[in-house]
Design a protein around this ligand. Structure first.
Ligand code: PLP
Length: 457
C-alpha cells in the first residue's frame, strides 16, 4: 500500500492556501430568501442589524452578488497556525471495509478548539476588533464554538462572554475550563442573568437548555452593553462564507491530484461546515460544469432537513433574532438530550435550505448508536478519535462505501471530518456501556415545534 500514487495525506503549501472566501450565493440561480425584521416583516437592513452584529459581518451576511471576499492578512496569518488542514485518503478504512470505493476526508480537528469553528471565530473576532469594540457575546452548545471564539478573542485581546447550553455546561466541564483558560466568562443557559433566560426558566422549569435559548441570552446581553456585539458560530451566511476555506483547500488539493469526488458528505447542525465544504463543488454543479451527489447528515433527534418545514422562523427561542427562511423544526423545538451536541439546532442555514429545496442536495438522518458504532470503527483503523457530530458523516460515508462493495463501483467519496471527540468521552462511555438509546421524535412533538412558527401572511 505504501507505493500508491495518492499519498495518505495531501497537504498544501502555505502559498496554496485560499486568499479569498467564496460567496456561493453570487452563483445561485434561486437566491436564499432575505432575513426579515420580526416586527415589520420587511427585509432586514444593515442599519437594523447593527445593534446586534459587527458592521463588516453584516455586509457579508447581506451580500448576494460579490463572489469572492478577500481574507485579510491578519486572518490568513492566524489560519497559518493550524492550516492548511490535511486531506486524508482513508486507505486503512477502505481496506477494513474491503470496498472498491476511494474514501477521502478533510480533517478540521487539528487545533485546540478541536473543530472547524476556529475558521469563523477568528474572522468574527477580527472584524469586531477592527470596529473598535470591547467584546463579544455568544452561545455554545457542545462547547466547540465557545472554545474557538475564546481562543480568537484571547489572540486579539477582546472580551468574550459565553452562554453555554446547561446540559453541556454540566456534562462537559473540561470544555468550560478550556474557555476560561483563554479568558472567557462562561454562564450556563438558561440563566437568571437575562430577561429572556428568566422567562424560559419560568415556562420550562428544569430545562437542560438549547442552542436557541442560549442565543437569545447572548443577543440580549450584547444589545444591553455598550461596545459589545453578538457573534454566532453556525447557521448564518457569513459563517458559511468563512468556512468555505475548508472546501477551497479541499478542491485545490483534489485538483492537484486529478481527483473528482462522486459523493460529498457532511454532518449538518446549522450547516456551516457542510456549506463550507461543498461551496466550490456546488458552484460548479450550479453552473453545469460538473456534477456531484451532495449529502447532508443530521441526527434522528433533530431532523431539520428530513422532517422539518421550509418556512420563515426565528433563529432563537426568545424570538428576538431576525426571521430566516430555512428548514426548521420550530424555534420552540427542544431536542431530546442526546449527545450529538453541536447538531442540536432547530433550523438550518438559509443557503443550504434553498439548495435542498431546489433538489441540488440530499439529506439523511441517522440514529446515534449507529453513529457511535461508525465512530469506533473509524477510530480503530484511521487513528483519529472523531467528534460525535463528525461521526454522522463517517456513518454515511461507510454506508456508501459498503454499497460500492455490493455493486463493485469504484466511487470516490469525500466527507468532512469536522473535529475530534476528546471532550465527548461521557457519550462514548454510554455507548460502550450499552446505555445509549436512540430516539425518534414523535409526529406530535414535531407538530408542537411547528406551532411556534411565526404566522406569515
Ligand atoms: C459545531 C460542530 C458541527 C456542526 O456545526 P455546523 O455549523 O453544522 O457545521 C459539526 N462538527 C463539529 C465538530 C462541531 O463542533
Amino acid at each position: 500500500m505504501a507505493n500508491k500514487e495518492i499519498p495518505y495525506k495531501i497537504y498544501l503549501e502555505e502559498s496554496e492556501m485560499p486568499k479569498y472566501w467564496y460567496n456561493l450565493r453570487a452563483d445561485m440561480i434561486n437566491k436564499p430568501a432575505p432575513l426579515l425584521n420580526p416586527e415589520t416583516r420587511k427585509p432586514m437592513t444593515a442599519e437594523e442589524l447593527s445593534p446586534v452584529f459587527c458592521d463588516a459581518l453584516i455586509q457579508q451576511e447581506l451580500d448576494e452578488t460579490t463572489p469572492y471576499f478577500e481574507i485579510p492578512e491578519e486572518i490568513l496569518n492566524f489560519y497559518k497556525m493550524y492550516r492548511p488542514a490535511p486531506l486524508v485518503r482513508a486507505y486503512c478504512l477502505e481496506e477494513k471495509l474491503q470496498t472498491p470505493a476511494k474514501i477521502y476526508y478533510k480533517f478540521e480537528g487539528n487545533n485546540t478548539s478541536g473543530s472547524h469553528k476556529l475558521n469563523s471565530a477568528i474572522a468574527q473576532a477580527y472584524y469586531a476588533k477592527k470596529q473598535g469594540l470591547t467584546g463579544v457575546t455568544t452561545e455554545t452548545g457542545a462547547g466547540q464554538w465557545g472554545t474557538a471564539l475564546s481562543m480568537a478573542c484571547a489572540y486579539l485581546g477582546l472580551d468574550c462572554k459565553v452562554y453555554m447550553v446547561k446540559v453541556s455546561y454540566e456534562q462537559k466541564p473540561f470544555r468550560r475550563e478550556v474557555m476560561r483558560t483563554y479568558g472567557a466568562s462562561v454562564t450556563p443557559s438558561p440563566s437568571m442573568e437575562t430577561e429572556v433566560g428568566k422567562k424560559i426558566l419560568a415556562e420550562h422549569p428544569g430545562t437542560t437548555g438549547s442552542l436557541g435559548c442560549a442565543i437569545s441570552e447572548a443577543v440580549e446581553k450584547a444589545t444591553s452593553m455598550p461596545g459589545y456585539r453578538y457573534v454566532l458560530g453556525s447557521v448564518l451566511n457569513q459563517v458559511m462564507l468563512h468556512q468555505t476555506v475548508i472546501g477551497l483547500e479541499t478542491k485545490t488539493a483534489m485538483d492537484k491530484y486529478g481527483i473528482k469526488p462522486d459523493i460529498i458528505i457532511g454532518c449538518a447542525g446549522g450547516g456551516s461546515n457542510l456549506g463550507g465544504l461543498i461551496a466550490p463543488f456546488m458552484g460548479e454543479k450550479i453552473k453545469g460544469e460538473a456534477d456531484y451527489r451532495i449529502v447532508a447528515v443530521e441526527p434522528e433527534t433533530c431532523p431539520s432537513f428530513t422532517r422539518g418545514k421550509y418556512a420563515y422562523d426565528y433563529c432563537d427561542t426568545g424570538m428576538i433574532c431576525p426571521l430566516a427562511k430555512m428548514y426548521t423544526l420550530g424555534s420552540g423545538f427542544i431536542p431530546a438530550g442526546t449527545h450529538s451536541g453541536g447538531l442540536r439546532f432547530h433550523g438550518m442555514n438559509p443557503i443550504l435550505s434553498q439548495l435542498y429545496d431546489d433538489g441540488l442536495m440530499e439529506a439523511v438522518s441517522v440514529p446515534q448508536t449507529e453513529v457511535f458504532k461508525a465512530a469506533e470503527e473509524f477510530a480503530r483503523v484511521e487513528g483519529i478519535l472523531p467528534a460525535p457530530e463528525s461521526s454522522h458523516a463517517i456513518k454515511v460515508a461507510i454506508d456508501e462505501a459498503l454499497k460500492c462493495k455490493e455493486t463493485g463501483e469504484e466511487k470516490t467519496i469525500l466527507f468532512g471530518l469536522t473535529g475530534t471527540g476528546y471532550f465527548d468521552m461521557m457519550a462514548y462511555e454510554k455507548f460502550h456501556d450499552g446505555k445509549m438509546v436512540d430516539y425518534t421524535p414523535t409526529e406530535e412533538e414535531l407538530q408542537k415545534g411547528f406551532s411556534y412558527l411565526p404566522k406569515m401572511d
